[in-house]
Design a binder for this molecule. Structure first.
Ligand code: HEM
Length: 412
């Protein structure tokens, strides 16, 4: 690890994106870092934080910022760990998001054969139907509704589970598994029990999917698991373990983040009634609204990389094996790129935001996430016209990698 060469401004030396204030609203701290210490060394996290749009964009396209961050961690930290935790990290190690070329190229190419634009656009009517079922149930119950737990979460979980071919009666089990896996992927917050619970959840989910893969091998269906099994590139195909691991990735990536976008997006619109009125008056704005909501308060707070070589950046030396958090949430509020960046403006267009990443690992599920949010957000506003937040402090997930509400209770 590196000793920084220049001291950060005194008041930023101990900047903490997980302080209670920054978990609620990280943007003032991000603005200060962006301006005064844009490549920030954090002693607390023993990591670099890269804050400016240009630097984050360049790093996302630079292979010296490696995505292979599980294998070295597993070797360094987990040798003595519980076999369940070891096995769980084995599944994560097969995720393309944690791989560099050529392994990444191979997995992404095979997955592209299964996860096609056609498969995504075919799902639109089903998303609307599921959204309506959940809103009907919420309206029938009356009182307060949690737009995260009662709406966004079950909606996005059902969409990806149905796409994969998971039978409906098994969908509720995914919530527990997914909650547990969050501890493993987004960090244990210093609590080893979160790792153990994450490993247990991942183990159960992988066992469940292995059985599902075997069933689909015998009886192929019109779903993603069958498409993943069938995906071929010359003589290459995914191994059964890779199909399971990719299934876990899609289930996890497919709904944690999209849940956050729908929840936080609805909050942003409720807090900006002029923008909400604009969207309600013109549903054709849904697509650009989703892009702006991703920019304004999207789920990708940071993405992690490990340095594969020494790199000089704004007078700092990032050394090989250093951990780096590239910060799309900060880049997306960079005033060098976005006019009036702290203002929500759903008619904004032309500026490229980094909420789905950039480069080789650009979010594979972006079209699906866009579609889900563009259906779910306007539909909730339309069906719950009088919605207003319950008067209580909102709880946010206290993690570095992702930004999202734990719950968003509203009166309907
Ligand atoms: C609003 C929702 C979403 C957001 C904000 C989001 C964000 C991201 C980001 C920032 C990355 C790049 C990570 C990196 O560079 O390390 C990524 C990658 C990825 N996302 Fe998403 N994502 C969302 C929804 C989805 C959905 C719905 C799926 C699939 C069903 C999905 C599947 C993936 C996969 C497979 C990758 C890895 C791609 C690769 O490594 O080549 N995501 N996502």
């Amino acid at each position: 690890m590196t000793v920084p060469q220049m001291d950060p401004p005194l008041d930023l030396a101990d900047a903490d994106l997980l302080s209670p204030e920054a978990v609620i609203d990280p943007y003032p701290l991000m603005a200060a870092l962006r301006e005064r210490d844009p490549v920030h060394w954090s002693e607390r996290y023993r990591s670099w934080f890269v804050m400016r749009f240009d630097d984050v964009s360049a790093a996302l396209r630079d292979d010296r910022f490696s995505s292979d961050r599980i294998a070295p961690y597993r070797r360094a930290k987990l040798e003595a760990a519980d076999p369940g935790v070891q096995a769980a990290f084995g599944v994560l190690e097969d995720w393309m998001v944690f791989k560099d070329p050529p392994d990444h190229t191979r997995l992404r190419r095979l997955l592209n054969r299964a996860f096609t634009p056609r498969a995504v656009s075919a799902i639109r009517p089903r998303v609307l139907e599921l959204a309506d079922e959940l809103l009907d149930a919420a309206l029938a119950r009356g009182g307060a509704v949690d737009l995260v737990g009662d709406y966004a979460y079950p909606l996005t979980a059902s969409v990806i589970a149905e796409m994969l071919g998971v039978p409906r009666e098994d969908h509720p089990r995914f919530k527990d598994w997914s909650d547990q896996i969050t501890g493993l992927v987004f960090g244990s917050l210093g609590n080893p029990q979160r790792y153990a619970a994450g490993a247990a959840g991942l183990g159960e989910l992988a066992a469940y999917l292995s059985e599902l893969v075997r069933r689909h091998e015998r009886e192929p269906a019109e779903d993603l698991i069958s498409a993943l099994i069938a995906a071929r590139d010359d003589d290459d195909a995914l191994s059964p373990d890779e199909v399971v691991s990719t299934g876990v990735l899609l289930l996890f990536a497919g709904h944690e983040t999209t849940t956050s976008l729908i929840g936080t997006g609805l909050l942003a619109l409720v807090r900006n009634p002029d923008q909400r009125a604009l969207l309600e008056a013109d549903p054709a704005l849904a697509e650009s609204a989703v892009d702006e909501l991703l920019r304004y308060d999207g789920p990708a707070k940071t993405v992690a990389r490990v340095m594969a070589a020494d790199v000089e950046l704004r007078g700092r030396t990032l050394r090989r094996s250093d951990r780096v958090f590239l910060c799309p949430a900060s880049a997306n509020r960079d005033p060098e790129v976005f006019t009036d960046p702290d203002r929500l403006d759903i008619t904004r267009h032309g500026e490229r935001q980094l909420g789905f990443g950039l480069g080789l690992h650009y979010c594979l599920g972006a079209p699906l996430a866009r579609l889900e949010a563009a259906v779910a957000i306007p539909r909730a506003l339309e069906r719950l016209p009088g919605l207003r937040p319950v008067d209580t402090e909102l709880a946010w997930h206290p993690v570095l990698l992702s930004r999202g509400l734990r719950s968003f209770p509203v009166h309907v």
